[in-house]
Design a protein around this ligand. Structure first.
Ligand code: NI
Length: 168
């Protein structure tokens, strides 16, 4: 397994739109395994392929504290949404930023798992938020897109400054 580089906002590659995976081959499963390793290493609860510069439409997540509940969703599709909630979100591609975002409270999502078997999950609360956040990534969208332009501009400035300091 290998750790992958996580792209950081404002990297334009985070705006790439993912393409459906038509064959879950060894390369795809390797990507999934590397994404889990990368996510755990970064103490994240979710990671979309877009964030590691892949255009495969897949995501991984694990909201358990013991890292023992890995979920891999390939070609995920939200088939129903209900209710509304506003929870604080963060993102490995936008480090150090936490802001509330409005999302559906309950969702039903269908996808393929790592072996290519169809799965359907009914989620609410944090796992539901996480899936919506990660699917946004696959569509080239970030949680800060829901914030005001002014707030986004401030975040951009802060992260660009941090990137420059890291280069020095
Ligand atoms: Ni994210």
């Amino acid at each position: 397994m290998a750790l992958l580089e996580i792209l950081r906002y404002p990297d334009s590659r985070l705006r790439n739109k993912a393409k459906p995976v038509d064959q879950i081959d060894a390369e795809t499963r390797q990507l999934v395994d590397d994404m889990f390793e990368t996510m755990y290493e970064a103490s994240g609860i979710g990671l979309a392929a877009t964030q590691v510069n892949s255009t495969k439409r897949l995501l991984v997540m694990d909201i358990s504290e013991q890292h023992d509940d890995p979920i891999c969703l390939i070609n995920p599709e939200i088939i129903s949404k209900e209710g509304e909630e506003r929870e604080e979100e963060g993102c490995l591609s936008v480090p150090g930023v936490h802001e509330p975002v409005k999302r559906a409270k309950h969702i039903r999502v269908k996808a393929l798992d790592r072996d290519g078997s169809p799965i359907e999950l009914e989620l609410e609360g944090l796992p539901a938020v996480c899936v919506q956040h990660e699917i946004d990534h696959l569509d080239g969208k970030l949680f800060i897109d829901y914030l005001s332009r002014l707030k986004r501009a401030r975040i951009r400035k802060k992260l660009e400054k941090e990137a420059r300091q890291a280069d020095d």
